[in-house]
Design a protein around this ligand. Structure first.
Ligand SMILES: Nc1nc2c(c(=O)[nH]1)N[C@H]1C(S)=C(S)[C@@H](COP(=O)(O)O)O[C@H]1N2
Ligand SMILES: [Mo]
Length: 428
């Protein structure tokens, strides 16, 4: 969605980004307030506005979903829910490049009270709590004075691929598209915290955004990181994504980036940072987004009495992006296969494929390395000698030596699905 007329928003951004021009080219091209104001986030998107259906390969069989382009600043997205929006990235987007375009980056919110626009002139980020100085930072304060950092990183929902859980679990039924890779530009959280001065005895740092629960009794979405994690110099506050301002639905004007960790921690529309002197026991840390403290966060269906811990680092995954279930090829030919992989909280060491259901594996060629937290493209070709059904498989090993398991994990929340991915094809 482009708008040539510049609103007040664009002007202010143009000015305040002067020192960061290289990283944020194109920022003034979008007039966010105009676009969003005109369309609104509360617009009633009916599936009738979607003229196409997509099939997601769920555990219970293929599931049809409408494709919509009715959301502000978003192109074609798989529509799961309108309000608050749950929009999934179609798999073919990942085939087109290693970075996921902003207009097709997935969207997930918990509460429906999301501002339709944010005025960057009056916006302030609070830094408070167990600190020497309470801060109220304007965007120019932050990006004008603090060193700029840039990092490629995968944003993946904890529940990505939940629709593949068997037995089925409640929650947003995602295919594999609740993930994306972007180049994030911003400032180090550490530098912001240092400005405020952390007091001795600080334990965690808690984050919230401008969104609010629909009813006052419901718990505001807030997430916390351990103080050392928050100060590791990698966690950042991003003001740009793939060289452009963040789409409103992806957290404009600021969001937290927690490289290698599930994006439940990547708080959008970040407006409040609170240094805590005790462990955060709010609902979103203590109850929601917890996983069994077991290998692969896996338990047997029905198993109880398991120790739960907050979800944390991601694990390696890999996907085919140019072929899907049901594809057929001429027997005896070589089939080009390609896709993406990521290492979780470590780089991709290797990606291997199998055409015999996992009995033997062959290496693939990896694409350019944009940093250990991002997607890595891979490609090779596979011989399908015999006529009939073939299970093509792909697995990633990360630089810590972790590899995708050959049996899927399971837990009651449908988090962290991980298994070697398989595509069923036919040689004819
Ligand atoms: N303020 C705010 N930030 C949030 C959330 C939210 O509900 N509110 N959801 C989190 C979760 S669970 C996910 S999966 C990601 C989704 O990021 P995206 O919409 O930019 O893809 O945002 C995270 N940050
Ligand atoms: Mo999520």
């Amino acid at each position: 969605m482009r708008d040539d007329k510049e609103g007040p928003f664009s002007h202010s951004l143009t000015n305040l980004h002067r020192g960061h021009a290289a990283a944020t080219r194109g920022l003034s091209r979008r007039a966010m307030l105009r676009n969003v104001g005109a369309t609104g986030l509360s617009l009633a998107v009916s599936p009738a506005l979607a003229d196409e259906l997509v099939k997601l390969p769920f555990a219970s069989g293929p599931r049809e979903r409408p494709v919509t382009h009715a959301f502000p600043q978003k192109g074609d997205m798989i529509l799961q829910r309108v309000r608050p929006p749950l929009l999934e990235t179609p798999m073919e987007v990942f085939d087109r490049g290693v970075f996921t375009p902003n207009e097709q980056f997935y969207v997930r919110w918990h509460w429906a009270e999301i501002p339709n626009s944010v005025d960057v002139n009056t916006f302030r980020l609070a830094v408070r709590g167990h600190v020497d100085r309470t801060l109220s930072l304007s965007i120019p304060d932050m990006i004008g004075d603090l060193p700029r950092v840039e990092l490629a990183a995968v944003n993946q929902c904890s529940g990505n691929s939940r629709g593949l859980f068997a037995p089925r679990v409640p929650g947003a039924q995602w295919g594999h598209g609740a993930m994306g890779n972007a180049k994030w530009t911003g400032v180090r959280l550490k530098d912001v915290l240092d400005r405020a001065g952390i007091k001795a005895g600080a334990v965690q740092v808690r984050f919230r955004g401008l969104d609010e629960p629909v009813v006052p009794e419901a718990p505001t979405f807030r997430k916390s990181l351990a103080i050392d994690h928050a100060r590791d110099g990698e966690v950042m506050i991003a003001y740009a994504m793939n060289g452009e301002q963040l789409p409103l639905l992806n957290g404009f004007p600021l969001r937290l980036i927690v490289p290698g960790w599930y994006s439940t921690y990547w708080v959008k529309m970040l407006s409040d940072i609170e240094v805590l002197d005790k462990v955060d026991d709010n609902y979103w840390m203590a109850v929601a987004y917890t996983i069994p403290d077991t290998p692969h966060a896996s338990i047997a269906p029905g198993q109880t009495g398991v120790k739960m811990v907050p979800i944390n680092r991601m694990v390696p995954r890999s996907f085919f992006t140019n072929i899907a279930d049901g594809a057929s090829f001429a027997a005896g030919t070589r089939v080009p296969v390609r896709g993406i992989a990521f290492g979780g909280d470590a780089g991709v060491a290797k990606v291997e494929v199998s055409s015999d259901g996992g009995k033997s594996w062959q290496p693939t060629r990896l694409g350019d390395d944009f940093g250990k937290y991002g997607f890595r493209q891979w490609q090779t070709d596979l011989a399908l000698a015999d006529k009939g059904d073939h299970a093509l498989m792909v697995r990633c090993t990360n630089s810590s030596g972790e590899v995708q398991p050959d049996t899927p994990n399971w837990n009651t929340s449908g988090f962290m699905l991980n298994v070697i991915e398989t595509v069923q094809v036919k040689a004819v």
